[in-house]
Write a protein that binds this ligand. Structure first.
Ligand code: NI
Length: 528
């Protein structure tokens, strides 16, 4: 994975541009998207005094070719959930003394090359940043204002104290199977930004291809592409030297082009303008090159990305069951909500809610209930939720002789397998009643909880939500039951409350990277 260092651009390139230049530029070019004014010197034939001799008419000239240009007021595309549905927000946050990290990005539902690449990129970025500042990466909650939020939603800024790393994202393109996501990584010391790294990533789900803006161009063509962008700056009077990008290393060139935004008509590259007075970048202007000029330099990937965006086709959102979103619980702060004693007549409604909120859960089912309600059990599996074993008849296991303990567990394993074709991978003993003998007999890891909502006592709604939301910490396993409509009713607020604090919901096994602890191990929360 390439890592661009945009900071290289700043000192070499635009020290000539001043705020006065900016004002002049605004006056010259207007605010947004206006085509260059071209005077052909010809009057229209109808108005010409020579119109009395029609055979000498001058054919109208073809419209002028669009030229590279600067657009001071250009607004980057920023698509919302209506235009780019099917994305899942991700938040990796950490707070330590004099250190804050808040990284947000969006990943396609289910598994995807883009999601995997972004997860890997940010896992590496936040870990190395924490290490640079003497801390081991440990995802936290109550760090990021606004919590997890909607995918790439604008959130309040993090209070600038000590060293901080923030990542903000924006969806700049979503058409057909192509998605474009822009990422702005800012490192700060206090309120001062010390490095800004901008890149835009494109993925085509139909081919599995992925690359940043620099991958849109043919290898080797980058200098010629940059020459087109330089022309725009020159014609706007912004370049104080013949080639404003002169002196950039090959890596520097790729860093500039990594933040290429593709629209139907143009390729757009944002360029920071530096004040001559203090060398600080105060403005970012947009340089636009018409696609027809740059087309010979596009890679096959770049041409495909542009073709999809120019087609205006609606985005084909990825579809995947709720529980199929990959979550790296070493990168983000996870929590598991669990429901015992079902399936019941309420389970279907709960599954609907979890689907709508795209929230995976873990269900500890009773064998007898699965026997009675195989359809609900099937649906739990189809939607990607996790199933655990909650015995056949809900006894106190420590009070039963060995063969009956084993029968309670084994009969349920077989009932679940018969109903849905999967074997439960864990045991939750009824009432949390477990001792070493039961653990030895279980043959499965034993999963209890660290947050008990006591929802079966039917506390009032606010109390129930408060217990689940404020009681949780990273790795928590929250106990609830899908046997009470008061619980089902509170689930949307519980999920919203957990996400507002910065939690990502995950199944219990996801908290352990997909591999639960060994049989007989007793677990009350995930890794912390
Ligand atoms: Ni129970």
């Amino acid at each position: 994975m390439r890592r661009s260092r945009r900071g290289e651009l700043r000192p070499a390139v635009f020290a000539v541009a001043t705020l006065a230049t900016m004002a002049a530029l605004i006056a010259v070019t207007g605010c947004s998207g206006a085509p260059p004014v071209t005077d052909t010197g010809l009057e229209s034939p109808d108005a010409s005094p020579g119109a009395t001799e029609p055979e000498q008419r001058v054919d109208p000239l073809p419209p002028p070719l669009p030229q590279p240009r600067v657009d001071v007021g250009y607004r980057m595309p920023r698509l919302g959930p209506d235009e780019a549905p099917g994305l899942v927000p991700r938040l990796a946050a950490m707070a330590a003394p004099e250190l804050t990290v808040v990284a947000r990005w969006a990943t396609p539902a289910g598994s995807s090359v883009l999601g995997d690449a972004l997860d890997a990129r940010f896992a590496s970025a936040v870990r190395s940043y924490a290490e640079e500042h003497g801390a081991a990466w440990s995802p936290g909650v109550d760090v990021a204002p606004g919590g997890v939020g909607a995918p790439c939603a604008r959130q309040p800024l993090t209070e600038p104290v000590g060293a901080s790393l923030t990542v903000d994202c924006g969806i700049v393109a979503a058409a057909g199977t192509v998605l474009g996501e822009r990422l702005i990584v800012v490192r700060r010391e206090g309120a001062i930004a010390t490095a800004i790294d901008r890149s835009t990533w494109y993925a085509d789900a139909s081919t599995g291809e992925l690359g940043d803006g620099a991958a849109l161009y043919r290898p080797g063509a980058e200098p010629r592409v940059l020459a087109l962008f330089a022309e725009a700056l020159r014609s706007a009077g912004l370049a104080g030297v013949a080639d404003p990008f002169a002196g950039l290393t090959a890596e520097g060139v790729r860093a500039v082009l990594a933040d290429t935004i593709v629209t139907a008509d143009d390729l757009v590259v944002p360029v920071p303008l530096t004040s001559a007075a203090d060398g600080q970048a105060r403005h970012v202007i947009s340089v636009l090159v018409p696609v027809r000029l740059v087309r010979p330099f596009l890679s096959g990937f770049g041409a495909a990305v542009h073709a999809a965006i120019a087609s205006g086709a609606p985005f084909e959102p990825p579809s995947a069951p709720t529980g199929d979103d990959r979550v790296d619980c070493t990168l983000v702060a996870c929590v598991s909500i669990t429901f015992d004693d079902g399936p019941t007549s309420l389970t279907d409604g709960l599954i609907d809610t979890l689907r709508e909120l795209r929230a995976p859960a873990t269900f500890f089912v009773q064998g007898g209930a699965v026997d009675r309600r195989p359809d609900e059990a099937r649906r739990l599996v189809d939607e990607g939720h996790e199933l655990g074993n909650h015995t056949w008849s809900h006894p106190y296991l420590t009070k039963l002789p060995d063969p009956e303990v084993q029968a309670e567990i084994q009969r349920t394993q077989e009932a679940v397998h018969a109903a849905v074709g999967v074997w439960p991978r864990s045991l939750r003993p009824p009432y949390g009643d477990v001792d070493q003998r039961v653990r030895d007999l279980a043959g499965l890891p034993v999963i209890v909880w660290d947050v008990d909502t006591n929802d079966w006592q039917r506390p009032d709604r606010a109390t129930l939500i408060e217990r689940a939301v404020t009681g949780a910490s990273r790795g928590s396993i929250v106990l609830m039951h899908d046997t009470h409509d008061s619980t089902i009713d509170a689930v949307p607020d519980i999920i919203a409350g957990l996400r507002d604090r910065g939690f990502t919901l995950a199944t219990v096994s996801e908290q352990f990277g997909g591999a639960l602890p060994d049989p007989g191990e007793l677990v009350s929360h995930g890794p912390r």
